[in-house]
Design a protein around this ligand. Structure first.
Ligand SMILES: [Zn+2]
Length: 237
């Protein structure tokens, strides 16, 4: 069943209440959630479901459900299971998520300073990477770092905007990532806009101001295949 995705409207929400809608072998589905499910190169969130009696059920991963906007909260092994209809308090592992938001937004900037199609990508709490379809000799770590950090220093606010599927189809140049299809559903597509810097379809979670990234360092540039030249970054603090 569809879950109300609270992180879409407010990626900074850390605590919320929700009601259990389904409990399956894979995990728990709720009427609303703070937890981002694995997708678009961003890992699923972790955190805790707290029962009315204070019992804490650890969420070790979050995955998409079978329906559009369905979200499955994967509980730790041996965890008790809540009852359908039960009210729970959701607590997000915020430090982990915030690092993911900073790295995710940094990857948008990385895609702007490297002028090549993106052929892959992944984000972890401690590092992020994009693969580019480019001649590897054109990838200069010091230059990428300098240019990305110059963008971060502009400290502009990010914006989420929605356009129709038809509008996206009319502007295929918006899609930079060859390996990930833009998030679609209900005839509309979500875009992340970094004014003056970037505009692309993305369903992930981002920081409100790119200054929050603070800074990045390029830790690796490596050949991962004919069309995959990998640039890996970490946050400087
Ligand atoms: Zn994004």
């Amino acid at each position: 069943m569809a879950t109300e995705l609270l992180f879409r409207g407010d990626a900074y929400a850390q605590v919320a209440s929700a009601t259990v809608r389904a409990v399956g072998a894979n995990g728990v589905e709720l009427d609303r959630t703070l937890f981002y499910p694995l997708g678009g190169g961003q890992p699923g969130d972790q955190g805790t479901l707290v029962r009315a009696n204070g019992e804490r059920l650890p969420v070790v991963d979050t995955r998409k459900g079978e329906v559009s906007d369905g979200v499955v909260h994967v509980l730790g092994p041996g965890s008790a299971r809540p009852e359908i209809g039960e009210s729970l308090t959701l607590e997000l592992d915020w430090l982990r998520r915030y690092a993911l938001m900073r790295l995710h937004t940094a990857l948008h900037l990385l895609s702007c300073v490297v002028p090549a199609p993106v052929s892959g990508g992944n984000i972890a709490p401690d590092k992020g990477r994009l693969d580019f379809d480019i001649d590897i000799t054109l990838l200069d770590a010091a230059k990428i770092e300098r240019e990305a950090n110059a963008l971060i220093a502009k400290a502009v606010n990010t914006e989420t905007i929605w356009i129709s599927d038809a509008e996206l189809d009319a502007q295929p140049e918006l899609v930079k990532t060859m390996s990930v299809q833009p998030p679609r559903g209900a005839g509309r597509v979500r875009l992340l806009k970094i004014p003056g810097i970037d505009l692309q379809p993305c369903g992930g979670t981002h920081v409100l101001n790119i200054g929050e990234i603070k800074g990045i360092r390029v830790v690796k540039i490596r050949n991962e295949g004919k069309r995959n030249k990998r640039v890996e970054i970490v946050l400087v603090e």
